[in-house]
Design a protein around this ligand. Structure first.
Ligand code: SAH
Length: 386
């Protein structure tokens, strides 16, 4: 029964495995996520609720398709079957931006007529490996990244021309070269073949520049709600020194800057930092500085210099924060910490550390950034108690 319903919503649901909650209606999904999160956080504090979407379909503004051939030699594109390197062909996905799926379909058609070789993971031969598409939610700008095994795309100009002709809304095309036998999608070198090489999007009244490799939330309208919560929880007065750790392209720090005295952003990814610096300039924010560094190392440095940090906003990857960073926080002693987490399990691990070292969780809220999947995003506010 459950299986039947799942497959009527998506023909490849079972093989793809990406939508773990497809058998629940959206209201149920929200209730389930809220309950799971509330239980996990219970030892530390109360969850205020969950912020859901009005229309939960097709929210993914970043879409990735791996290219290959099926048993009959037909060109297919889609996603890897969970824990394998088998390609599940995807034509329409409930989560992905519909325009992006249409562009991918066009690329499937064009590679056939242009006789572009499809990469074969087993032999290492062939050219086209992946296509990645990013769509600006507010701006509608679209970036297409063609991931190739080697830099030369035969009939490149005509191929790009044909693609743009069918989808004039594409604003930039980038060729990325990945010649490694790896499960990473993007390789190191890239070449802009059309447009500026990045797209722009707007969130919370700010404009952000997004390059192929930079991190940017895949669900921008929910990201906006998430960031609004971060600002509400940070409750800034306009004078504080704020550390935005794991800042990506600087979104949270830039949104916080008008409410703060001074913001320091730290991020490991060089491209993201470059985008952040350019973004601050374009948004005319002068009270923010970005550092390309490990968040833990920078926090230790700030602590050693004896500089003061009043509020920490942190948004680490799924693995959570490092012990180095958390330890540095207990030396820096910010009055407030707003922790944004995409993995409640590592959040709970880090809360245990912080709550055992002078902090108390004041409140928390879940934000549904990834409808139909079992992922949930959480924002927590912690206050220093000693
Ligand atoms: N706050 C941003 C990005 C959060 S994603 C936003 O909302 O858009 C987490 C970010 O942490 C990624 O950009 C990743 O590159 C970065 N990161 C991962 N490990 C890190 C480390 N040790 N130090 C600093 N940044 C790190």
């Amino acid at each position: 029964m459950v299986k039947e319903k799942k497959e009527s919503l998506c023909p490849v649901a079972k093989k793809c495995g990406g939508c773990q909650l497809l058998h629940m209606n959206y209201k149920k999904q929200l209730a389930w996520k809220k309950e799971q999160t509330a239980q996990l956080l219970k030892p530390y504090g109360r969850l205020e609720g969950i912020i859901g979407m009005e229309k939960p379909e097709h929210y993914r503004c970043k879409v990735h398709a791996v290219f290959g051939r099926d048993g009959k030699g037909n060109i297919i594109s889609g996603t890897y079957q969970a824990k394998t390197h088998k390609i599940v062909p995807v034509e329409k996905c409930l989560l992905e931006n519909e325009k992006a799926d249409m562009i991918i379909a066009t690329i499937r058609k064009l590679v056939k007529s242009f006789k572009i070789k499809i990469y074969d993971e087993d032999t290492g031969y062939g050219l086209l490996r992946h296509v990645m598409i990013r769509v600006g939610y507010e701006t509608g700008q679209i970036m297409v990244v063609l991931v190739l095994r080697s830099p030369i795309l035969p009939s490149k100009n005509n191929f790009i021309k044909a693609l743009i002709k069918e989808h004039p809304e594409i604003t930039t095309v980038v060729i990325n070269v990945n010649d490694q036998k790896t499960s990473m999608v993007l390789g190191k070198s890239q070449q802009v073949v059309y447009g500026p090489g990045y797209i722009k999007d707007r969130l919370c009244g700010m404009e952000f520049k997004i390059s192929p490799r930079a991190f940017y939330q895949v669900n921008p309208p929910q990201a906006q709600r998430l960031y609004e919560k971060v600002i509400e929880y940070a409750d800034l007065s306009g004078t504080e020194t704020v550390l935005d750790a794991y800042c990506g392209t600087g979104t949270i720090g830039m949104i916080a800057a008008p409410h703060a005295g001074h913001v320091i952003g730290v991020e490991l990814n060089r491209d993201a930092v470059r985008d952040a610096v350019a973004g601050a300039k374009e948004n005319r924010i002068s009270n923010i500085r970005f550092y390309q560094a490990d968040a833990g190392e920078l926090a230790v440095e700030i602590a050693e210099e004896g500089d003061q940090v009043d509020v920490v906003l942190m948004d680490p990857p799924r693995t959570g924060s490092s012990e180095k960073f958390l330890k540095a926080l207990t030396v820096l002693k910010p009055k407030k910490i707003v922790y944004v987490s995409c993995n409640p399990e590592t959040l709970v691990r880090d809360l245990k550390y912080l709550c055992g070292n002078g902090y108390q969780m004041k409140k928390g809220v879940a934000v549904d950034m990834f409808p139909f999947t079992d992922d949930v995003e959480v924002v927590c506010r912690l206050d220093r108690i000693k």
